[in-house]
Design a protein around this ligand. Structure first.
Ligand code: UDX
Length: 475
């Protein structure tokens, strides 16, 4: 009599698909490398436009392929084939996301079939796109939200806030009104601290509000959720999410850049969409310990000329040295950049177009970070114990900066104000008057971040569990 042989499990093959934006590709590529170190097959799926930029500006991409034979990059169209008219990855990124959401499913299906994918790790923004495909192929879907847990929780609370008449924000609203019905954040947030889409609702953009609510709920219909945070940082908020979504497995793996650095025992690879100007590192070498304010508003923020002028005067008047990153596509006013460069003495400031940010933040000369509070920048800053001055621009940044100033107490929040005197005072508070206080709390959080990714730390253990989950659920 023939005995039935146990079915052999095939080796897992994970597809990672980020939203084509800098703040999404960075952490998802770190995750890809961490998984590749575990010797699993990985396909990292980029739009053609983004992949071209990655290979153009980062030799590290080729090195990754040589280092991990089971890692490969694949590309798909983003339905904007004319390079000249491409919306890019800044303020018009929404056009690309909408096109991929509407038309991307067949392309994603082709990759799943051709690469025999057994597990999808998809940016939460594309959760809706991937759910049907995961069902169709009987494979696991894990969504990755690149925002903070506090931001995700704020999004998830929208229906309740509408029910309690706390949202939408009305046209004549006092933006300092306190939000009361957000479990785990009662009396912490003002209207102005809500992720900016809800503030958009002030202009009656209910569609935007509805869409964000839908998108977030869809992303939680996956089998599991990955967050780039760590338990000690956002414990009360994570408990709320777990309480309300008890069936969802949540893997907190962050800070991912540091997780990878600790695992590799070297600094991790770069995935910049711009060429980094390394002259800033030589300049930093010549600056005294913790003397420099590092200024960077991320990959998307666009600024008006008058805002740039206020920031500039605030920095000049603070009399502190500064390293300021002004992206090539950030200033619209012709001649303004030249005016700033010529009006800044080399002794006080250096203005460049893009920097290797992790390296800058880890440099001993950096004393504070004037930031837009993007979640990656926030995590990178807190790992190196650098106190922050926050000038949030949009999306999750408004709530991140509130947590920086009021929960973690590692900086000040300049939200909704762009005034030279306010900035000058804040720089002096963080760099001089309240320096010890901010440094102490920043160092404490930095220690917790390091602990989380070290052997037996929460993110370390969660990653081990994730790998086990991927292996055990592979068909
Ligand atoms: C935005 C959101 O604010 C963010 O919270 C969300 O999760 C993704 O979209 P972004 O404006 O790109 O992100 O900011 P941030 O999340 O801080 O990411 C920027 C990344 O680019 C960081 O990893 C940073 O290190 C890197 N960077 C930025 C550089 O390497 N060099 C630079 O000069 C500027």
């Amino acid at each position: 009599m023939e005995t039935e042989q146990p079915k052999q499990k095939s080796s897992p093959h994970v597809l990672i698909f980020p939203c084509p934006a800098q703040g999404h590709v960075n952490p998802m590529l770190k995750l890809a490398e961490l998984i590749a170190i575990q010797n699993l097959h990985i396909t990292f799926l980029n739009t053609k436009y983004i992949h071209n930029r990655l290979i153009q500006f980062n030799d590290d991409i080729q090195d990754l392929l040589e280092c991990y034979p089971k890692l490969q990059f694949k590309t798909i169209s983003d339905f904007h084939d004319d390079e000249e008219k491409h919306p890019g990855f800044g303020e018009k990124i929404g056009d690309v996301v909408v096109a991929l959401t509407l038309y991307g499913k067949p392309l994603l299906r082709d990759v799943i079939v051709s690469e025999k994918i057994s597990c999808l790790i998809v940016d939460g923004i594309f959760g809706d796109l991937a759910i049907d495909l995961a069902h169709e192929f009987g494979i696991q879907l894990i969504t990755f939200r690149t925002v903070s847990a506090c931001c995700l929780w704020a999004y998830l609370c929208v229906p309740k806030l509408i029910q309690c008449n706390e949202l939408p924000i009305r046209g004549d609203e006092d933006m300092d009104r306190i939000i009361r019905n957000m479990p785990g954040m009662e009396n912490l947030l003002r209207c102005r601290d809500l992720p900016s889409f809800k503030r958009l609702a002030k202009e009656n953009e209910h569609i935007a509000l509805d869409h964000v609510v839908f998108q977030n709920q869809q992303s939680l219909k996956a089998n599991a959720l990955i967050l780039n945070t760590f338990e000690d940082l956002e414990a009360p908020i994570l408990s709320q999410i777990r309480l309300h979504f008890p069936k969802l497995i949540i893997y907190t793996l962050g800070p991912l850049h540091h997780h990878l650095n600790t695992t590799k025992k070297t600094s991790s690879s770069s995935s910049s969409f711009f060429k980094a100007d390394r002259t800033c590192m030589t300049w930093l070498e010549s600056q005294p310990l913790k003397s420099v304010v590092y200024v960077n508003f991320g990959s998307i923020t666009s600024m008006k000329g008058e805002e740039i002028i206020e920031i500039w005067h605030g920095l000049l008047n603070s009399k502190k040295q500064f390293l300021w990153v002004i992206r090539p596509n950030m200033v619209q006013e012709k001649g303004l950049l030249k005016e700033l460069e010529e009006g800044t003495s080399k002794e006080q400031g250096l203005i460049v177009g893009w920097v290797p940010q992790e390296e800058v933040l880890s440099h001993k000369a950096i004393g504070a970070f004037l930031t837009h509070s993007g979640w990656n920048s926030t995590l990178e800053s807190l790992v190196y114990g650098v106190p922050m001055i926050c000038w949030p621009y949009f999306s999750d940044q408004q709530i991140n900066s509130r947590f920086v100033s009021e929960v973690w107490k590692i900086g000040l929040d300049m939200k909704d104000v762009c005034d030279r005197k306010v900035l000058e005072n804040m720089v002096n508070d963080v760099m001089v008057n309240r320096k010890e206080e901010f440094l102490k709390s920043a160092m404490e959080i930095a220690k917790l971040a390091c602990k989380s990714v070290s052997c037996d730390g929460s993110s370390y253990n969660n990653f081990r569990d994730l790998i086990e989950y991927i292996r055990s659920t592979s068909p």
